[in-house]
Write a protein of this length. Structure first.
Length: 138
């Protein structure tokens, strides 16, 4: 299991959001290394990377976290669990309507749900929330 906060500004909900999302390459690389060393199929590695990216950007964009916390765990039953935590207590809500084809956002949680086997969110004891997904090895 790997837990890390990506280097960036200190976590503080009072800090204004930077115009670009923080670098998520360390989280992506750690995820890829864990999955490939455990001999996961490459298509599931790519699905996990895309789902991680969606949750990471959402934590930055909607959760007010300049450096979201990422936890990657490979469980004993060959289940991958990826959790992204941010400072906002507001749990994500998946849109029920179809996004306008011209809208630039609004499809991320649908994408995560379609790429993964399980997906959810829960409040954190010390504030904020954790959004997670799970994939089962083929």
């Amino acid at each position: 299991m790997c837990t890390f906060t990506l280097p960036n500004e200190p976590q503080n909900p009072q800090i204004s959001q930077t115009p670009e999302p923080p670098d998520w390459s360390a989280a992506r690389d750690e995820l890829r290394e864990l999955m490939t060393s455990a001999h996961w199929p490459i298509d599931l590695v790519h699905d996990a990377e895309l789902a991680l990216h969606e949750l990471f950007v959402n934590a930055w964009k909607h959760g007010g976290s300049p450096a979201p916390i990422v936890v990657v765990a490979l469980l004993a039953d060959r289940t991958l669990r990826v959790t992204v935590a941010d400072d906002s207590p507001t749990l994500p809500e998946q849109r029920t309507r179809t996004a306008d084809p011209n809208e630039l956002s609004g499809r991320g949680l649908h994408l995560v749900r379609s790429l993964t086997h399980r997906f959810g969110a829960e409040p954190r004891k010390r504030g904020g929330k954790a959004v997670w997904f799970e994939l089962d090895a083929a």
